[in-house]
Design a protein around this ligand. Structure first.
Ligand code: IVH
Length: 690
């Protein structure tokens, strides 16, 4: 390890700092299986270290993280295993230019005028394992560790179904198979669901889950994890019987491993030239999201073993292979702010503004957080460093906060109490995840939708006033709120581009016709949350007038059929907003009116009375008579009891009349019925024209 003393030379000081930092991250990654940096961030640190070392080769020490693979061996409960042959890492390429630089080096060393053939495979994002076979029998399994010494995980590895215990074919007396232990997305999801159910911490990704699973003390736990193993290489190869040569190329090796019972990538392929290499890279990138397991790039290996041997190795990686990485799907960024956006239904959606970060091939600066519960669940603060994920075309998300990087001045995020767009109160109904602006018609964010709803057929029924008109009127500033519709004039509309006299007149006429409405329609048109047609009707029937509705308490609202606490809360809050009241006042002043306001049920002339109809009526059917009685507030019943107000008996009335007489219930004839149904004077209409 490089000395951690302060160094007067800034480059040297930076080198020391980088080494220490990389060490610490290696420990977190390999031992704790809990990394706090994204792979891209880690690669960046490593590159910076390599650059300093390239400028100062004299500073390179064998223990520099740039010269080693993985992490040094830390004390663990697993027995150390010295690898028969070191387990190396791979150099990375992140661009075509880096790929070209790699092949230029290969060609130069091999003295070739053109590219050699490459074997291409996915780069599995898992955990490298070495399997030792003696006389065709699995004798040991070890992790990579620092490349020289790994950990003995034989008992755990034996539980992996895809790893053969004994091999069928011909083999050298001792040899090693190398490959990657991975966890499928399905197994990962199932594991995390089980962790969650048990109240345990979840794994951040399948690779960490695979690593954690292999390092279990109890192999029975590993066995449950459904780990998978892909073989991609050889370690030692000793004591081959006569005529048993090591496969002559990487592709032949993979076929041989498959014949021995190992799983090898079905996506392996030979690439004869640069175009084929790039095509493979892009094809695998496109396939990435649909694979069952994570891959983070593709590995290209010079196919011929003779050429591999000629190229040899540098400290930590072969010269004959390179990992061409995909753009990272996860990156770390910092939350600068959280804004709340107001949607067309008033829903407040928190949006995190993050320091722009390149992830999944695009620059991401804004991430929706869906609702306040998500913020609480993920414990996101302003100032937090967060891991950001964008996989394929999926919208970017904040996966998790990095708690150890939380700055001391990080701020908790709270739901605003007023709408950031219009200042109306924000309502969050108990049990609902979504908070909403109660501004309704008034809120500019909700306006377009609110006006459309207001004009719609079941609301104010303004014929022809659809999305296009509303868009145009808003865009040209002719309207801002629904009440502005009623002051629109033909000359005003004619100022709009390409507007004809006829269309303008038609709209003005339709708006004029829309003024004549009913109280239920008017209430529905206001666009109060949870107030559909049925509820609007029920409210109108119960309260009869707007004034009565305005005066109603939440408790009173709840006495209306079908109105529960949630609806009551929405109606109450809406009507308490002064600007909503102003819009309503303006509508009435502009001439919106309704006749025969639905009276308060209790004020109807026949409220509280119960009639029984029997026999044949001459002027109207029994059903018509019942409907007219209902309209006047009466109830009808089929059976006579002491509660019956009167029995209305037509021709040939039978037992009901007899029963009425027995109970002392009055019996009325058709003339008396007509008298009951005689209209009472109409109460004055409501609204601006009243
Ligand atoms: S070959 C000497 N092939 O990537 C060459 N490695 O970042 C050894 N990996 O340590 C590696 N998929 O754990 C090879 N198809 C593949 C691979 C692969 C994943 C891992 C392996 C290696 C690491 C380097």
């Amino acid at each position: 390890m490089a000395p951690l003393l302060a160094d007067a030379n800034p480059a040297r000081a930076r080198l020391n700092a980088l080494r220490a930092e990389i060490e610490a991250h290696n420990f977190r990654y390999y031992v704790l299986a809990a990394p706090t940096l994204s792979d891209a961030e880690f690669d960046q640190l490593m590159r910076e270290l390599q650059q300093i070392e390239a400028q100062h080769p004299e500073w390179i020490t064998p223990d520099s993280p740039s010269q080693r693979v993985g992490s040094p061996t830390y004390t663990t409960s697993f027995a150390p295993v010295t690898h028969a042959k070191p387990m190396l890492s791979l150099d990375n390429a992140f661009s075509e230019a880096e790929w070209d630089a790699f092949t230029a080096r290969v060609q130069e060393r091999l003295g070739l005028a053109s590219l050699p053939e490459f074997a291409a495979e996915p780069k599995f994002d898992g955990l490298a394992i070495n399997l030792s076979y003696r006389e065709g029998v699995l004798v040991q399994a070890a992790t990579r560790g620092d490349g020289q010494t790994g950990e003995d995980v034989t008992s755990n590895v034996r539980t992996i179904a895809a790893i053969p215990e004994t091999l069928p074919g011909a083999w050298p007396s001792f040899f090693e198979v190398r490959g990657e232990v991975v966890l499928s997305h399905a197994a990962f999801a199932a594991l995390n669901a089980a962790c969650e159910a048990a109240g345990e911490k979840k794994f951040v990704n399948p690779r960490n889950a695979a690593a954690g699973s292999l390092r279990q003390k109890d192999p029975r736990i590993t066995a449950k994890r459904q780990l998978q193993f892909f073989a991609y290489g050889l370690g030692a190869w000793e004591g081959a019987r006569e005529g048993m040569a090591q496969p002559a190329s990487q592709l032949e090796l993979l076929d041989w491993l498959q014949a021995q019972g190992f799983l090898v990538s079905p996506h392996r392929q030979g690439c004869a030239n640069r175009d084929a290499v790039l095509a493979y890279y892009h094809a695998m990138h496109a396939r990435r999201a649909s694979l069952e397991y994570d891959i983070d790039g593709v590995v290209f290996k010079v196919n011929a073993r003779a050429a591999q041997e000629a190229l040899g190795f540098v400290a930590r990686a072969p010269r004959w292979a390179i990992a061409y990485k995909f753009p990272a799907e996860e990156a770390v960024s910092q939350v600068q702010a959280v804004d709340f956006q107001v949607g067309r239904t008033g829903a407040l959606t928190p949006v995190a503004r993050i320091t722009p970060v390149f992830v999944g091939g695009v620059t991401v600066a804004n991430i929706t957080l869906h609702n306040i519960d998500e913020i609480i669940r993920k414990d996101i603060h302003v100032g937090d460093f967060v891991s950001v994920r964008r996989a394929g075309d999926v919208i970017p998300e904040i996966v998790a906060v990095l708690p150890e990087r939380r700055p001391p001045d990080a701020r908790a995020i709270t739901l605003p109490s007023t709408c950031p767009v219009c200042g109306s109160a924000v309502l969050r109904v108990e049990g609902e995840a979504i908070a909403r602006c109660s501004g309704g018609l008034y809120c500019p964010a909700q306006r377009r939708w609110a006006i459309l709803h207001f004009a719609s057929r079941k609301a104010m029924n303004i014929d022809g006033l659809g999305e296009k008109w509303i868009e145009l009127l808003l865009e040209h500033g002719l309207i801002a709120h629904v009440d502005d519709l009623f002051s629109l004039s033909v000359p005003q509309l004619l100022t709009l581009p390409r507007m004809g006299e006829k269309s303008a007149q038609n709209l003005v006429d339709a708006i004029e016709a829309g003024k004549h409405t009913t109280l239920p329609r008017f209430l529905y048109a206001l666009g109060i949350r949870e107030v559909g047609e049925v509820t609007a009707n029920a409210l109108a029937n119960h309260f009869g007038t707007l004034e009565a509705l305005f005066a109603a308490s939440r408790e009173e609202l709840q006495t209306v059929p079908d109105v529960g606490p949630i609806v009551a809360q929405h109606v109450h809050a809406f009507l308490r907003q002064p600007h909503n009241r102003a819009v309503i006042d303006n509508l009435l002043k502009a001439g919106v009116y309704w006749e025969n306001p639905t009276p308060h049920a209790a004020d109807l002339p026949l409220s509280g009375r119960v009639y029984v109809l029997t026999g044949t009526l001459s002027g109207l059917t029994r059903e018509e008579a019942a409907a007219r009685l209902h309209a006047l507030g009466a109830k009808t019943s089929n059976s006579v009891s002491a509660k019956t107000t009167a029995v209305i008996a037509g021709e040939a009335a039978g037992s009901k009349r007899t029963k009425a007489e027995a109970l002392g219930v009055p019996v009325l004839d058709e003339a008396a019925l007509q008298h009951l149904l005689t209209p009472t004077p109409t109460p004055p209409p409501q609204g601006g024209r009243g």
